[in-house]
Design a protein around this ligand. Structure first.
Ligand code: ADP
Length: 570
């Protein structure tokens, strides 16, 4: 069984008290004894001096005097001659005195003869008692007078004192036990509470505390490791996030800015922690969102436009976060929705454009049909021309719908491409035949510049025909009478570069980036004269890209245009 902490501490405390009492007792007894002895010595020497003055000169009367004087002063008186022979002793008879040892070797006697006084304490065999002796030389070198008192009284007094001391010590010890026990319980109580709060049943609080502490330390270490791992992971996640993340504290100082955010704001500085966001993010709409979230402490979601470093539409989602110590900062996620908005605009425009493109021919068809029904049908000459116009519009409509269907099929990846090794000239020749009548009507000549040595390409035959057909069709349509169209090709690295050049009216520089957009039809006044849907180049671009090629356009207004695209070699 383990001793409790309180018991252990009490025991050691009491041990200290006991040792202290013991030492004090021994020390005090010793001092007391020394003091008693000192007093005894004093009176012994004073009495000896007095006695020495009364020693009779006649040696015969010495023994009688010694006995009488000894009884008077209550001590032992001895007279010794200079050679050490005992002449008289108050505690002996005259016969006994004659038989006594020579006392010249007694220390007090020797000292008295040499130094003028001598003292010694020892056990007297004669009296069977501890005695204190004091000796003085007698006048005229007659010998030494020695006076002795028993030390027994000193012993008795010291013993009595020790007994008293023991009683007092025992009482003090009992009080100490009580006080110690109470104090220890007071100290160990909170410890017990602490341990039981840690789920420990306690026997020895300190031992348990040590064990619990080390278990806890291990647990904390593990937690810290977990936390730092999580922190690293979180940091990695935030860094790789496409979304921009901005965190500020309750005072509006930056806590965190992930790399995406830095890029968005065009910030190069490495460490921005602690800088006021108003200073770092100089975008008032964003700062308004952050300060609103910070002051109102509610989530704010807003779409804002950043103008620098480039124009971007950003959806900001800012929410108040308690980041510890009960302080609320703001965490904002910035989502770049520029592309999304652009696509939405295109889609909206597309719907509007489709309706418009369908509506125009339909209105026209409706008008002619009504006129015919109103009687024009009888007028054979007119009705024929009306029907021809209706047919044209119907053709336009069906071409438009074909293009829309084509485009949406390509865009939603519903078109299957069958790639094969193709000689571009074979495809071009067929297209030439098909477009010959149209070129003739427009008085445009078409020239093929496709040498036999050209490498084959990897393409879908039908789609490649559609690409070239569209480009040559445009090159004829937007040409002038007497103009030329040239189809040429040349290998470039691991691609084949195919060019369709014309000598037509060209495209204004500002329109160049838009020609591949859906429904883009250039200058409206011109476009009306030329049939078309505005979808041709959009389809072409999609098809080229599906072949992993690229397409670009160069043009000089009034001189001509050049469309060039690449295809992989087979
Ligand atoms: P469409 O030909 O049906 O109008 P496209 O998408 O093929 O539609 O062309 C879009 C626009 O680009 C045309 O309306 C025209 O303004 C311009 N364009 C295309 N090709 C040429 C060209 N070779 N020369 C001049 N303008 C062109």
């Amino acid at each position: 069984m383990k001793l409790s902490f309180a018991k252990k501490l009490t025991a050691s405390y009491l041990f200290v008290v006991a040792v202290t009492l013991l030492f004090t007792g021994v020390f005090l007894s010793h001092r007391l004894k020394r003091s008693f002895l000192f007093h005894l010595e004093e009176s012994l020497s004073a009495q000896t001096k007095l006695i020495a003055e009364n020693v009779p000169a006649d040696p015969k009367s010495l023994q009688g005097w010694a006995i009488a004087e000894g009884q008077k002063v209550g001590g032992r008186i001895t007279v010794i001659d200079p050679s050490g022979v005992v002449l008289a002793d108050s505690e002996r008879t005259a016969e006994e005195v004659h038989r006594m040892d020579n006392h010249s070797t007694r220390p007090e006697v020797q000292e008295a003869l040499v130094q003028g006084s001598g003292e010694s304490m020892r056990h007297s065999a004669t009296l069977n008692e501890d005695m204190l002796y004091f000796a003085l030389p007698l006048n005229l070198k007659r010998g030494v007078i020695r006076f002795a008192l028993p030390v027994t009284e000193v012993h008795q007094r010291v013993t009595a004192f020790q007994k008293d001391l023991l009683k007092v010590g025992a009482a003090a010890f009992l009080v100490a036990i009580g006080v110690a026990w109470m104090t220890m319980r007071k100290i160990s109580e909170p410890l017990r509470d602490l341990l039981s709060s840690m789920g420990m049943e306690t026997q020895d609080e300190l031992g348990d505390l040590a064990r619990t502490y080390s278990t806890m330390a291990a647990r904390i270490e593990e937690k810290v490791r977990d936390l730092s791992r999580e922190r690293t992971q979180l940091g990695a996640i935030l860094s790789t996030l496409i979304e921009s993340i901005v965190a500020i504290d309750h005072q509006g100082k930056l806590l965190f800015l992930n790399p995406a955010a830095k890029k968005l704001f065009g910030i190069q500085t490495e460490d921005l922690r602690g800088r006021p966001y108003l200073e770092v993010l100089r975008h008032s709409p964003l700062n308004e969102v952050l300060s609103e979230t910070l002051s109102q402490r509610h989530t704010v979601q807003k779409e804002i436009t950043l103008h620098a470093p480039e124009e971007r539409v950003i959806s900001v989602h800012a929410l108040p976060v308690d980041y510890g110590q009960g302080q609320t900062g703001v965490l904002a996620a910035l989502h770049d929705i520029t592309e999304l908005r652009k696509l939405e605009t295109i889609r909206r425009d597309f719907a509007a454009n489709v309706s418009h493109e369908l509506k125009t021919p339909l209105t026209s068809i409706k008008g002619y049909v009504e006129t015919l029904l109103d009687g024009a049908v009888e007028d054979t000459e007119h009705s024929r021309s009306f029907l021809t116009t209706i047919q044209e519009h119907t053709n336009n409509l069906s071409r438009l719908i074909d293009d829309i269907l084509d485009l949406s099929a390509i865009e939603s990846d519903r078109v299957v491409f069958r790639f094969e090794s193709i000689i571009v000239k074979e495809v071009a020749d067929k297209i030439m035949k098909a477009l010959e009548p149209m070129a003739k009507a427009k008085k445009v000549s078409i020239k093929l510049n496709l040498p036999e040595s050209l490498p084959k390409v990897l393409a879908d035959r039908e789609k490649l025909a559609q690409i070239i057909m569209n480009l040559i069709d445009n090159a004829i349509k937007f040409n002038k009478a007497g103009g030329r169209v040239t189809l040429s090709a040349s290998p470039q690295e691991n691609m084949l570069l195919i060019k369709v050049e014309d000598t037509g009216r060209g495209i204004p520089a500002e329109d160049l980036p838009r020609v591949f957009e859906r429904f883009y039809r250039g200058d409206k006044s011109h476009s009306r004269e030329v049939p078309g849907t505005g979808l041709g180049l959009a389809i072409v671009k999609h098809l080229v890209e599906a072949h992993q090629g690229t397409i670009e356009v160069r043009s000089v207004p009034e001189q001509g245009s050049s469309f060039q695209f690449t295809l992989r070699l087979s």
